[in-house]
Ligand binder design. Structure first.
Ligand code: HEM
Length: 188
């Protein structure tokens, strides 16, 4: 977990960008009961599709069952909340774990697009007779999945820079204190 990240500020920032408003949060909670039993199929389809992409398949070998469990718990949480700083901290940690297993950053946006595609179809099927409700559910889901993506990508940025700095210090033999002093003294 990052010690430098201001999670309250990041929560506000991510909500502003993704339109995760109190009305949409309430909508996610409201449709939870109806959608929960259908979410395992979204997870199953997600891993089936990832298995067909040559770049993603190697990361799944021997761990699909475990990954499906983590993924299903995450997708269920999109409809149960809480949509607060704890959610931001969790998604930041998930992003960090992906950096540690060396997943390319584009996997995050690509994967979220697959998940959204499946959720859109599911919502259309469930709320076909109420267009106004369907629109609210779709925008609410788009907001919460985009929120998750936004936070994971912030985490990628920070974790990648931290890993590269660690590597540089190991290769160069420079101490962290010396690096910090040099960085503080440097100005363009
Ligand atoms: C929307 C995108 C994704 C979400 C929301 C997501 C969610 C998660 C969650 C919740 C965990 C568990 C973190 C923990 O242990 O606390 C995890 C771990 C992991 N995910 Fe993802 N994931 C996504 C995309 C992907 C993709 C595209 C791949 C690979 C193709 C992948 C591979 C992994 C791996 C290898 C781990 C670590 C397992 C371990 O602990 O060794 N994830 N992911």
């Amino acid at each position: 977990m990052s010690e430098t990240q201001d999670f309250e500020a990041l929560t506000r920032y991510a909500k502003a960008f993704t339109g995760l408003t109190p009305e949409r949060e309430a909508c996610l909670l409201e449709v939870s009961e109806q959608l929960q039993p259908l979410l395992a199929t979204v997870t199953d389809k997600f891993y089936e599709q990832l298995g067909h992409i040559p770049e993603t398949a190697p990361f799944l070998e021997g761990r699909v069952d475990t990954l499906k469990k983590s993924h299903l718990a995450w997708i269920q949480s999109l409809f149960t909340g809480p949509f607060d700083i704890s959610c931001t901290e969790l998604m930041y940690k998930v992003g960090d774990i992906h950096v540690k297993v060396h997943l390319p950053v584009e996997f995050m946006a690509g994967a979220m697009s697959m998940i959204n595609n499946e959720l859109i179809l599911l919502v259309i099927e469930q709320f076909a007779d109420d267009q106004e409700k369907m629109a609210l559910v779709l925008t609410s889901i788009n907001s919460i999945t985009s929120f998750s993506l936004f936070v994971m990508q912030q985490s990628y940025q920070e974790s990648t820079v931290a890993e590269e700095l660690d590597k540089f210090l190991r290769i160069s033999g420079m101490s962290r204190v010396l690096f910090t002093n040099l960085a503080n003294a440097y100005s363009d």
